[in-house]
Design a binder for this molecule. Structure first.
Ligand code: IMP
Ligand code: MG
Length: 183
């Protein structure tokens, strides 16, 4: 069972749903009368993105960007690579970037810069989790939950590609980390 690989659950399905309702209400209100393009940063944002989209009542279009920065490890590699050859057309649009977690901030910084370079009128960002650490000069405009400096999985967040399907978020046990490392 996947649940046994977690030392604790930080946010269960009920807590997440309640927070999503409040968060999306803010996004809806702040973007009234704007035509927005929501850009999910794959793969980690997949579940969060779906939950946000189902709640938003604004007219919007959706794009996804495939970005790699972790390469399956627990430490960020520091290099952000765009995997697709064709970037979304964001010229003159209000963009809302959606990512799973703000850790070092390198991903959001690199993607934000790229989207601005492509001519977006305005770029806002929304992350499900924000780690309470010292990071580069970047922050998210909308944050689901603040967490400590722990490695978490579930609700889209992975370790070595696993655990994304957990409907809640928890802290991965050292035993599980060791087991995956041996694979
Ligand atoms: P950044 O360090 O802010 O650029 O975050 C890069 C990416 O690292 C995130 O989008 C996640 O995919 C991954 N990441 C950072 N912290 C965690 C974590 O605690 N669990 C799972 N993935 C994480
Ligand atoms: Mg990841």
């Amino acid at each position: 069972m996947l649940r046994e690989d977690l030392t604790k659950i930080l946010f269960d399905e009920t807590a997440i749903a309640a927070r999503m309702d409040a968060l999306v209400e803010c996004i809806d209100r702040d973007h009234a009368d704007k035509d927005i393009v929501v850009i999910g940063i794959l793969t980690g944002s997949c579940i969060f993105l779906g939950d946000i989209l189902r709640r938003l009542t604004l007219p919007l279009t959706v794009e996804c960007l495939s970005v790699a920065s972790y390469h399956g490890e627990m430490q960020s590699s520091g290099v952000v690579t765009f995997r697709q050859s064709v970037m979304p057309d964001v010229a003159g649009r209000h963009v809302l970037l959606v990512d799973d977690i703000l850790d070092t901030g390198r991903t959001l910084k690199a993607v934000g810069a790229k989207i601005r370079e492509l001519g977006a009128m305005d770029v806002k960002s929304c992350v499900f989790l924000r780690k309470q650490i010292k990071r580069e000069d970047v922050d998210a405009d909308y944050v689901g939950f603040d967490i400590g400096d722990e490695f978490v999985v579930g609700y889209g967040l992975d370790y070595m590609g696993y655990y994304r399907n957990l409907p809640y978020v928890g802290v991965l046990s050292p035993e599980a980390v060791t087991r995956h490392a041996k694979k």
